[in-house]
Design a protein around this ligand. Structure first.
Ligand code: NAD
Ligand code: ZN
Length: 253
């Protein structure tokens, strides 16, 4: 591991525009299950029944119950060393943004400011019919599901991107811009099975960025990694925490 730490630190200190791209794996050690790993959420549920518009229209109460169950898990979870290390690198002026596929809000909870949530947030709802959108602070009342829109009375849904749905245009173009601008692109805890998100490491690579992949299992990005770290994210960042803390801040160019 010593060599890996040194190579990682060299790459971080030699970069001026670091961007992180995270998936469910970054939150796994905070106690939030991923979708595709063993013990992952999809082993027990069928994604197309729960995380799709068709599934929601068929059985909105069932979908809401699933999201409420996930909200409760997320509500009681805390950021781990991986989230905290990315926030630390941002404070040092080295990391410029995080593009996350996660909906759990843990990057923000860890203190990161520039977070692009390309798949939305479990802490937001929107109307399934009109343009109403809102933040939520509380888990919706389970005896009155589905919650309804204060403007038109129709069903509210989680403001997340479901299978088959397009991404928010503005968020996606911000993500592409950040990937293109980066000189170091860190891919953490994502298998690379979800598109178009999985294009981002290639976009970064094609615009000259170096790629670091941190994941204990094989991913779609292993072939393009300049540094491949076969480790759990929070374990890796716990081990390197002191060195990251002693990195000097980078002056804005
Ligand atoms: P995925 O389930 O397809 O892949 C998870 C990846 O994380 C795998 O490659 C796995 O090896 C890796 N992983 C597992 N434990 C890890 C650890 N401790 N450290 C580092 N890596 C670890 O997830 P995905 O690629 O993110 O795609 C699934 C979609 O569902 C995404 O949109 C994802 O964000 C969403 N999702 C979000 C959450 C959340 O918000 N926390 C949880 C589940 C799924
Ligand atoms: Zn409405």
């Amino acid at each position: 591991m010593g060599d890996t730490y040194r190579m990682f630190l060299d790459m971080v200190s030699g970069s001026r525009y670091i961007v992180a791209f995270t998936g469910a794996g970054v939150s796994a050690e905070s106690g939030i299950p991923t979708f595709r790993d063993k013990g992952g959420l999809w082993e027990r549920f069928r994604p197309e029944e729960l995380a799709s518009v068709e599934g929601f229209m068929r059985d909105p109460v069932k979908v809401w119950r699933w999201y409420i169950w996930r909200m409760r898990t997320i509500y009681s979870s805390e950021p781990n060393y991986a989230h905290l290390a990315l926030a630390l690198l941002e404070r040092k002026g080295r990391l410029r943004s995080i593009i996350t596929q996660n909906i759990d809000g843990l990057h923000t909870k860890a203190g990161s400011r520039r977070v692009i949530e390309i798949h939305g947030s479990i802490w937001r709802v929107r109307c399934a019919r009109c343009a109403y959108r809102s933040e939520i602070k509380e888990v919706p009342n389970e005896s009155e599901l589905p919650p309804t829109c204060p403007e038109c009375g129709y069903m509210l849904r989680p403001d997340v991107v479901w299978f088959g749905e397009p991404l928010d245009n503005m968020k996606w173009s911000m993500a592409v811009k950040e990937a293109t601008r980066s000189d170091l692109f860190m891919v953490i805890g994502t298998s690379g099975a979800v598109y178009p998100a999985a294009e981002l490491p290639y976009i970064a690579r094609n615009s000259g960025s170096r790629i670091i992949v941190i994941d204990p299992n094989p991913t779609a990005f292993d072939d393009i990694a300049d540094l491949r770290i076969w480790s759990r994210a929070s374990e890796f960042f716990r081990g390197i925490w002191r060195d990251l803390e002693s990195l000097p801040p980078l002056d804005p160019a």
